[in-house]
Design a binder for this molecule. Structure first.
Ligand code: OOG
Ligand code: MG
Length: 261
């Protein structure tokens, strides 16, 4: 794929997001759509947002759990980039206006205070991490139907990023078994999705290791000062007006968001 095609697709996705208009998938009409082209489109799309004044402050891993891979019919982890304007405050409100077909999912966030580069161990990740927390990710897709896309389509679309909510930080996590935490997501106080944190890559710390490896393939790394969403532990839930969403993660602090009228 040449640079012009990369730029054109990035612009088309950018405009689809801003106008909340769904598109057909690109892989339906492109013959030779490669994973690296898709990440180049994602990067160009983020550059357009940075150009509009947004700051990249986080990264996300996705499709790290079986529940999510089944829901999306895709088979490998991917990543995306998160900016400051995508953040909704903990206990804040989110309006569905401007979204196409938003969903919400339960996640764990890692706060990184030392660069993580290349192949690293679990201990190296933990040493590079200053805090963890419960987090909710709001996804949206710029493609019609929000299902059965190719990996390349999703990656180009910044891995369906829309918004995120970070719960209060837990800095004293060295004695918490991060791969054995119960996670319960409630909609209007009814249990909607439940899982254990080991659904996320067998251990959410492994998601961070995998992210460093994926970034390394593109000559990049996880920079100090950013945060990483490790991927949803369960399938996502469609968002509707007036929903109250709450995520409880054992040992961590609860996070909440309310969906507007
Ligand atoms: C892709 C993004 C997946 C996760 O946590 O698994 C993701 C999608 O589901 O459209 O963010
Ligand atoms: Mg996610």
């Amino acid at each position: 794929m040449d640079q012009k095609q990369i730029n054109d697709i990035a612009h088309t996705l950018h405009d689809a997001r801003l106008s909340a208009q769904a598109l057909p998938q690109f892989s339906a009409s492109l013959k030779d759509f490669k994973r690296e082209d898709a990440y180049s489109i994602q990067e160009k799309g983020i550059a357009l947002r940075v150009n509009d004044g947004e700051k990249i402050i986080g990264l996300k891993m996705g499709l790290t759990s079986e529940g999510k891979r089944k829901q999306m019919n895709l088979d490998a982890p991917l990543y995306g980039m998160l900016t400051d304007t995508m953040q909704i405050e903990h206990e804040g409100r989110f309006s569905l206006q401007g979204s196409i077909h938003p969903k919400i999912e339960p996640e764990i966030v890692f706060y990184i205070d030392k660069d993580i580069k290349g192949k690293v161990t679990r201990d190296q990740v933990l040493e590079s991490c200053s805090a963890v927390g419960a987090a909710l990710e709001i996804l949206d897709s710029r493609y019609e139907g929000f299902k059965y896309f190719s990996m390349e389509d999703v990656i180009s679309d910044n891995s369906s990023s829309s918004h995120y909510i970070l719960g209060p930080k837990t800095s004293d996590f060295k004695n918490i078994d991060l791969k054995n935490l119960e996670m319960k997501m409630y909609v209007n106080d009814e249990l909607a999705q439940a899982g254990t944190s080991d659904a996320i890559s067998g251990d959410p710390v492994v998601s961070v290791i995998q992210l460093a490896e994926l970034l390394n393939q593109r000559g990049q790394f996880i920079p100090a000062g950013c945060f990483v969403l490790a991927g949803a532990a369960t399938a996502a839930v469609n968002l509707e007006k007036r929903m109250q969403i709450k995520l409880e993660v054992q040992e961590l602090e609860t996070t909440k968001v309310s969906i507007d009228e």
